[in-house]
Design a binder for this molecule. Structure first.
Ligand code: NI
Ligand code: MN
Length: 222
């Protein structure tokens, strides 16, 4: 069964045996990092946007492991210029890979790269659908995405200030109708301090949906 490991902030690893993909590998300089960039072993790196807390160590990991970076075209272009392998996609596009598929979802956020666009990902990994929203504001098309792809796990930012806060993330959880919600992008710095327990209680009270809280280093079996 595939495993989801949380490495802090918005960085997660999906693994099935030797097959692994990494989301937003911000480890160097991440006060909450549960691994170093050198410890990451993967075949694909998904980068939601060009901000340092998401692009992070993607280039160094790709160079060392030969992993392919999957991102929107402008971010992929910036990565190609650094000499790594990429698979460029864009908003609304879906592509099959050896682990399943990736659908690039819109995210309402800065791209961090001129001309680019922030994104999220719905990843089908060995039959399980994981929606990593990236950094985003709340948007009502999340309901449509939840209808188009039956989401097993939604990874939602709750940090506020730069992204959705807990109350909006609870609304997102309700729209996506994921079987499980996991909060991310909080408590890395004081500016995005939040209580995941309060978020869990709010989602349960208002929407009767389950939230699983992961500490950096925790693993969740899908
Ligand atoms: Ni950002
Ligand atoms: Mn961020």
């Amino acid at each position: 069964m595939p495993e989801l490991k949380f490495l802090g902030h918005a960085c997660f690893v999906l693994r099935e045996g030797k097959h692994a993909i990494v989301f937003d590998p911000f480890l160097t300089g991440n006060p909450a990092a549960a691994a170093t960039a050198e410890e990451i072993d993967c075949q694909y790196i998904l980068v939601s946007h060009g901000h340092e807390d998401h692009l992070g160590d993607a280039i160094s990991i790709a160079k060392r492991t030969g992993a392919t970076i999957i991102a929107t075209a402008e971010i992929a272009r910036a990565c190609i210029e650094k000499g790594v392998q990429t698979h460029a996609m864009h908003l609304g596009g879906k592509h099959n890979f050896d682990f399943g598929f990736v659908r690039i979802t819109p995210a309402f956020h800065g791209s961090g790269i001129p001309g680019g666009h922030a994104s999220g990902f719905i990843v089908n990994f060995y039959g399980k659908n994981v929606y990593h929203t990236g950094d985003t504001a709340l948007f009502s098309d999340m309901a449509l995405l939840g209808r188009l792809e039956s989401i097993d796990i939604a990874l939602l930012p709750i940090g506020d200030n730069f992204t959705m806060g807990p109350s909006d993330a609870a609304e997102a959880a309700n729209m996506i109708k994921a079987k499980m919600v996991i909060p991310m992008h909080y408590n890395t710095w004081p500016l995005i301090a939040q209580s995941p327990e309060a978020f869990k209680k709010d989602v349960a009270t208002r929407f009767n949906l389950p939230v699983h809280i992961m500490s950096p280093g925790d693993t969740y079996t899908l």
